[in-house]
Design a protein around this ligand. Structure first.
Ligand code: IMP
Length: 174
């Protein structure tokens, strides 16, 4: 079990509440907001963020190929599970766990933009800017972190540790 805690439960709770207020304020109080969460890593972030949101909010899920058992991005992204509903004319916010190279998010933004939402914004719990390979826009970032491999709060290494309520560093993985 990784023991080095990078971000505590309390820090996550406080930041998620701030993000909910910021997202609602940016879209206006009467506007329905549609969250598109990226499986599996974003499930916990989505659940907590949704519970903090005021007003009309809906969600849908999409799954993209991940690194599998490896921790390195292959640079190739595939769509594994598509959304249940269309996005045309809606205010959409992508909910992602972490932006690393940015390749996954760049691909996702491109395919969702083609579905003609009214607005397409992105919220990521974590960002590792030093690892970026493509310039991708992220409107809401929970925490900016160094180049360290982290798990917990939905994030895994080889499907483990998603259940941890805080974010921890895994040693020996980069
Ligand atoms: P990107 O395409 O390189 O930006 O990779 C994004 C995806 O890689 C994320 O959605 C995560 O699934 C995974 N990932 C990147 N860094 C980490 C990490 O530190 N811990 C766990 N998963 C990570």
């Amino acid at each position: 079990m990784p023991s080095e805690i990078l971000i505590t439960e309390d820090q996550i709770r406080a930041r998620v509440a701030e993000l909910a207020v910021e997202i609602r304020a940016d879209h206006g109080h009467g506007t329905p907001i549609h969250f598109v969460a990226v499986l599996k890593g974003a499930f916990m972030f989505l659940a907590d963020l949704m519970r903090q949101m005021k007003g009309d909010v809906t969600c849908d899920f999409i799954a993209l190929s991940s690194y599998g058992a490896s921790t390195k991005s292959s640079g190739e992204v595939r769509l594994l599970k598509d959304l249940d509903r269309g996005l045309e004319g809606r205010d959409v916010v992508i909910i992602e766990d972490i932006v690393d190279t940015g390749l996954t998010l760049a691909y996702l933004q491109e395919i969702l933009r083609a579905r003609e939402p009214h607005l397409l914004r992105t919220a990521c719990l974590l960002s590792k800017p030093s690892r970026r390979k493509v310039d991708v826009s992220v409107d809401y970032v929970g925490f900016t972190i160094e180049d360290r491999f982290v798990v917990g709060y939905g994030l895994d290494v080889d499907e483990r540790y998603r259940h941890l309520p805080d974010i921890r560093v895994v040693k020996g993985v980069s």
